[in-house]
Write a protein that binds this ligand. Structure first.
Ligand SMILES: Cc1cc2nc3c(=O)[nH]c(=O)nc-3n(C[C@H](O)[C@H](O)[C@H](O)COP(=O)(O)OP(=O)(O)OC[C@H]3O[C@@H](n4cnc5c(N)ncnc54)[C@H](O)[C@@H]3O)c2cc1C
Length: 486
């Protein structure tokens, strides 16, 4: 017997999770359905984490409307949801008169899009703001509202808050077919067929990233095609002081190679842009070269031999448009599209959610505020960042807080256990990593992976040979593990 909800959201990337969080404040039953076994497993786990300010999109586009607003909302979202967000400001560096003219165009775009406090500055101010910026830069667009986040932390925090407010999360549930009943008579209109069980709902929100065209097609709605605009990214080891995001003058299809700090103090070089086969998450030597060369132009003293990781993701682009598609389907009423959420989807996520709420309202969906909605998510303890007194309290409460499993990122056993026990919790080694950084550091899990496997096996009540690196089929060990944790 299929479970019935008012709203089903397909896709638990940053878009679906933000929408779930936004709508959880209303008296509605909501289900977030995800094909993978965890949150943020698509583009939302493989991006630069930049909260772009919004001077880039062409004025009048949907992107332009949600980017600056999303960037503005990040302050409140970070506070309420307890995720790390640094509003550092950024500079787009220019090296000649042609670049300067381009910067002025960006500034005008930004003004039209509602981006606050943009200005064009000269070399002295550039080096005051970021002493490591290239001395060859003659001008820059200074944008104080830019920032950065850990994108999967945002998605996880938003969905945890949604679940705490009653949203149901179905994982490992790829939607394989959609049946649509003839008319919206107030009853559930859509039946979503998944191997984890069918779901019925009155309203359907398509936030399926690179799978959005398939969902739209299955429902008999708009026919469009997705283009996998692939990007490679490299992560460098931590710096004593995180770099301010530095951008080059953008190209027609991308913002170019950007150098940025991260909330944990690493440096990230992001991202190339090339149309590749759907699902291609390989890194390419040519792309990595392009990243390192582009980065050195912005930050000449960058220690590019300090790369700890290279990875790739695919921006969910709708063929034939560079814009987001957010709105009710013109073909199938009751189906709402949040599709084509390419860059700046991370930066825009809170505003995409806000816009989706307005779209539902305009379509006549009754949104009645719940008295018991709690906007606050209590962030889990982060041992590495905790003050000494808190560290002592934690170890006093449970000695497992003193058992350091990941030495690079100082993650103790108890923090890993907490990551698995949260709702929704980690079910794989990478899921643990995304929640508490075990394995995210310099050695990239060389020392701690087998211990994380042991803890997962113990917590999930399975044999270590059943523990997954990431999604279904990605087992790590065949025989018994030596040693292990307690
Ligand atoms: C290299 C790169 C760099 C980027 N850098 C930035 C940046 O710095 N700042 C920024 O703002 N944006 C950036 N972006 C863009 C950003 O990552 C995306 O806009 C954003 O992650 C899209 O989120 P989403 O939730 O819409 O899609 P996804 O994260 O892809 O989520 C969609 C989800 O839907 C699920 N799904 C698909 N089909 C089905 C189905 N049939 N049934 C159930 N579930 C399904 C998928 O498994 C997936 O989890 C970058 C993107 C890339 C690739």
């Amino acid at each position: 017997m299929a479970e019935t909800f008012d709203i089903a959201i397909v896709g638990a990337g940053i878009t679906g999770c933000a929408i779930a969080r936004q709508l959880a404040r209303y008296d509605l039953s909501i289900c977030a359905i995800e094909a993978a076994n965890d949150i943020a497993m698509g583009a939302s786990k493989a991006n630069g984490g930049l909260v772009h300010a919004g001077y880039d999109p062409a004025p009048g586009t949907v992107k332009a409307q949600v980017n600056a607003r999303g960037c503005e909302l990040y302050g409140t979202w970070a506070q309420e949801l307890g995720f790390l967000f640094r509003r550092t400001g950024s500079m787009v560096l220019g090296f000649n008169d042609e670049d300067r003219a381009h910067l002025e165009k960006l500034r005008q775009n930004g003004l039209a899009n509602g981006v606050p406090a943009l200005s064009i500055i000269g070399p002295d101010r550039i080096h005051e703001l970021e002493p490591r910026a290239s001395a060859k830069a003659t001008c820059a667009l200074w944008c104080p509202s830019t920032g950065y986040v850990d994108p999967f932390e945002v998605a996880i925090a938003a969905l945890e808050n949604a679940v705490a407010n009653g949203v149901t999360f179905m994982r490992s549930a790829p939607v394989e077919a959609i049946e649509v009943a003839g008319s919206d008579d107030g009853a559930a209109r859509f039946t979503l067929v998944t191997p984890a069980g069918d779901v019925r709902c009155r309203y359907l929100i398509n936030a399926a990233g690179n799978g959005a065209a398939d969902i739209s097609h299955m429902a008999g709605a708009e026919e469009f095609q997705m283009v996998w605009r692939q990007g490679n990214i490299v992560v460098l080891d931590k710096e004593p002081r995180a770099l301010m995001p530095l951008y080059p003058v953008p190209t027609p299809v991308s913002k170019g190679v950007i150098v940025t700090g991260t909330v944990h103090g690493n440096t990230v070089i992001t991202a190339t842009a090339a149309v590749r086969e759907p699902g291609d998450t390989q890194t390419y030597a040519t792309d990595v070269d392009a990243l390192l060369t582009g980065a050195r132009k912005l930050v000449p003293d960058l220690g590019t031999r300090r790369v700890v990781r290279a990875f790739a993701g695919g921006r969910p682009v709708i063929k034939g448009t560079n814009d987001f598609f957010i709105g009710q389907s013109a073909v199938v009423p009751g189906l709402f599209q949040a599709a084509g959420i390419q860059s700046p989807g991370v930066a825009s996520a809170p505003a995409i959610a806000e816009r989706m709420e307005q779209v539902l309202r305009d379509a006549g969906v009754v949104l009645r505020k719940r008295d018991d909605w709690d906007p606050i998510r209590r962030a889990p303890d982060d041992f590495d960042r905790a003050p000494l007194v808190r560290k002592e309290e934690l170890i006093e409460s449970d000695p497992a807080w003193g058992q350091i499993v990941c030495r690079c990122e100082t993650v103790p056993e108890a923090e890993i256990v907490a990551a698995i026990r949260r709702r929704p919790g980690a079910v794989s080694v990478e899921g643990v990593k995304r929640r508490c950084r075990a394995g995210m550091g310099r050695c990239q899990s060389g020392f701690c992976q087998s211990r994380v496997v042991t803890i997962l096996a113990r917590e999930l009540g399975c044999d270590p040979s059943k523990v997954l690196l990431e999604d279904a089929g990605s087992w790590l060990v065949e025989g018994p593990l030596k040693g292990g944790v307690r």
